[in-house]
Design a protein around this ligand. Structure first.
Ligand code: UT7
Length: 331
């Protein structure tokens, strides 16, 4: 059965970040923080903030247009659109349906994935299943977030960390390489470490939830930090093991970009040279599901990924959830 499955690879990439730049210096005027603290504790220098007339779906559509152009495909060719996000335009309908409408991808089935920072990796692996089995011919997977609208701009513990953006990938059958293996995991018992407490069915919006600022991201940063290092290294190694590869086989490592110190620690734990890792956390901060998607697109555009290269995506976030995916770039 497995032998009959098609090889599925990425045949187009695109990304979009809003124009407005919010620097650490700007944040110094908003909360009790400093460029020095943010830079040394996180590696972040600036992040992008969406305009009022931009939402997760419009960021996603901008990235998707570029990915489709790159794949030389028309929107109506698409069979499936998956949007990974924790900041949907609204509770329903799915943001992927709104993106479908903006793209005019009228022949696509659409759904959203809620797997926080690992959402893009989850989306890729889900799309791969549909395509490998021949259910669909192609898929568009997008990681898109407008985190600025769920960021508490009065909380220095979190507001310095996040930014907005979107990245998109078109998946289709390839002759060689493609997604070689993946590893997904989760641990819901640690959901209280990183969450937006209100706004869902458990704590619907009320004057009390608004007054308590419960519609914003809450994170126990230090605990998340320690788990991120262990879980990200384990996830990548497990995904590599699935395809009988080792860390030495990695040509380009695309991790979730939450904190430079996390990435340094992951690299040390995996014995992975830093020059094999693509970093953009300094420019954008943590964009949740969009982080790996934008980093992959930028790494490709910068010539960091060549035909035949082994690329490893690795992400970790609220849930907790994690996912890693090994892709050999088609020749
Ligand atoms: O995307 C999902 C995955 N997310 C992550 O992986 C994020 C993981 N966590 C982190 O990146 C780090 O834990 C943080 C960057 C959030 C915090 O760094 P830390 O080294 O863990 O610092 P901490 O939370 O232990 O706080 C150290 C101190 C505290 O002061 P006291 O209590 O020691 O006096 C904080 O109040 O730093 C203080 N602090 C700040 N100071 C200046 C916290 N935020 C700031 C700030 N500016 N922005």
């Amino acid at each position: 059965m497995k032998n009959k499955q098609k090889k599925i690879g990425i045949v187009g990439l695109g990304c979009y970040v809003p124009k407005k730049v919010l620097t650490n210096k700007d944040l110094e005027g908003m909360v009790d923080t400093s460029d020095e603290w943010i830079t040394t504790r996180t590696g972040i220098k600036e992040r992008r903030i969406a305009a009022n007339n931009e939402s997760t779906s419009t960021l996603a559509a901008n990235a998707a247009h570029e990915a489709l152009k790159n794949a030389k495909m028309k929107p109506e060719d698409l069979d499936l659109v998956i949007v990974a996000t924790i900041t949907p335009d609204m509770p329903f309908p799915a943001t992927s349906c709104l993106v479908q409408d903006q793209l005019k991808a009228k022949n696509a089935a659409c759904f959203d994935v809620s797997a926080a920072c690992a959402g893009f990796v989850y989306g890729l692996v889900m799309a791969q299943q549909f395509l490998a089995n021949g259910v669909y011919k192609n898929a568009l997977v997008i990681g898109s977030e407008k985190l600025s609208c769920v960021t508490d701009w009065k909380d220095r513990n979190t507001c310095v960390l996040f930014g907005d953006g979107a990245g998109a990938a078109v998946l289709a059958p390839v002759e060689d390489g493609g997604i070689l293996g993946s590893y997904l995991g989760s641990n819901g018992s640690l959901s209280d470490l990183l969450m937006i407490p209100a706004g869902g069915s458990k704590r619907p919006a009320s004057k009390e939830t608004v007054d308590n600022r419960e519609h914003f991201i809450k994170m126990k940063g230090n605990e998340v930090f320690k788990l991120a290092v262990k879980i990200m290294s384990d996830a990548a190694c497990n995904a590599l093991k699935q395809c009988e590869l080792t860390v030495d086989d990695i040509d380009c490592f695309i991790p979730h970009q939450a904190n430079m110190r996390i990435l340094d620690a992951v690299a040390r734990k995996m014995h992975l040279p830093l020059d094999k890792i693509y970093f953009n956390v300094a420019n954008y901060g943590n964009m949740s599901s969009a982080s790996t998607a934008v980093a992959l697109c930028e790494a490709y555009n910068a010539g960091r990924i060549k035909p035949g290269d082994v690329v490893v995506l690795d992400a970790f976030g609220a849930g907790l959830v994690w996912g890693s995916c090994v892709i050999q770039w088609q020749k």
